[in-house]
Design a protein around this ligand. Structure first.
Ligand SMILES: CC(C)(COP(=O)(O)OP(=O)(O)OC[C@H]1O[C@@H](n2cnc3c(N)ncnc32)[C@H](O)[C@@H]1OP(=O)(O)O)[C@@H](O)C(=O)NCCC(=O)NCCS
Length: 175
C-alpha cells in the first residue's frame, strides 16, 4: 500500500525534535513494542535526536501530516558496512503504508552510504513489525533466546532479521 496521500516522508530537521520525541514517548508508553521501557528520559531522547540529525554517518527521517510528525525512523552503522534502524509510527496512523515508506528510505540511505547489509532485532510478539520487515525484504536469521531482561524480571527472546544489500561480493570459501 502506498503511504496515505496526506503523508510526506522527509529528512528530519532539528525543529522536529519535540514532535519526534513526543511520538517516541507515546510509542514507548504502549509498553510492549520497543527495547526502551517507559518512562522515556526526555532530555536524553532530545539529545539523541539531534545527534542523529547532525551526524553525517547517521540518518533520520520523519513522516509528517501537515505539521504533525506521525512516524520516524533512524539509521546508523552497527558494524562496518552493517546498518541498523529504529522506528515508530503513531498508533492512529498504522496500517497505511507509512512504516513501509520509512523502511524504504533507510534501505536507500544504507545503499547510498555503502552498507552491504541492514540488521535489526524485533520482539517475537511484534507481528506488525515482523510483517513490515518481511514485506521490505528482510529475512529471519535467528532467535536470541532469553536475551533481554525486562524491568518486571522477565527474559524476552529477540528475533534477528537481516536484509543483504550486497549479493555480489564472494562469501567465505571456508564454509
Ligand atoms: C511496526 C510499525 C512500524 C509498522 O508500521 P505501519 O505504518 O503500520 O506499517 P505499514 O502500514 O507500512 O505496513 C507495511 C507492511 O507491514 C505488514 N504489516 C503491517 N501491519 C501488520 C500487522 N498488524 N500484522 C502483520 N503484518 C503487518 C504488512 O505486510 C504491510 O504491508 P501490506 O499492507 O502491503 O500488506 C508500527 O506498527 C509501529 O510503529 N509499531 C510500534 C513500534 C514498533 O514496533 N517499532 C519497531 C520495533 S522493532
Amino acid at each position: 500500500m502506498p503511504p496515505h496521500d496526506r503523508v510526506t516522508i522527509r529528512r528530519a530537521l532539528a525543529s522536529d525534535a519535540d514532535a519526534a520525541v513526543d511520538l517516541r514517548v507515546r510509542v514507548v508508553d504502549e509498553g510492549i513494542w520497543m527495547g526502551t521501557e517507559p518512562p522515556v528520559d526526555r532530555a536524553v531522547a532530545i539529545a539523541a535526536f539531534h545527534h542523529y540529525v547532525d551526524s553525517d554517518d547517521k540518518g533520520s527521517f520523519v513522516a509528517v501530516v501537515g505539521e504533525t510528525v506521525v512516524g520516524a525512523i533512524v539509521v546508523s552503522f552497527a558494524l562496518p558496512g552493517v546498518t541498523t534502524l529504529g522506528m515508530n509510527v503513531d498508533a492512529e496512523w498504522r496500517g497505511r503504508g507509512i512504516g513501509k515508506a520509512l523502511v524504504e528510505q533507510v534501505i536507500t540511505w544504507s545503499r547510498a552510504h555503502g552498507a552491504h547489509k541492514i540488521e535489526l532485532e524485533v520482539w517475537p510478539h511484534n507481528a506488525a513489525a515482523i510483517g513490515l520487515y518481511e514485506r521490505t525484504g528482510f529475512e529471519r536469521e535467528g532467535l536470541r533466546r532469553r536475551q533481554y531482561r525486562r524491568r518486571n524480571g522477565e527474559l524476552w527472546d529477540a528475533i534477528v532479521m537481516g536484509l543483504v544489500l550486497d549479493t555480489q561480493s564472494p562469501g567465505s570459501t571456508l564454509s
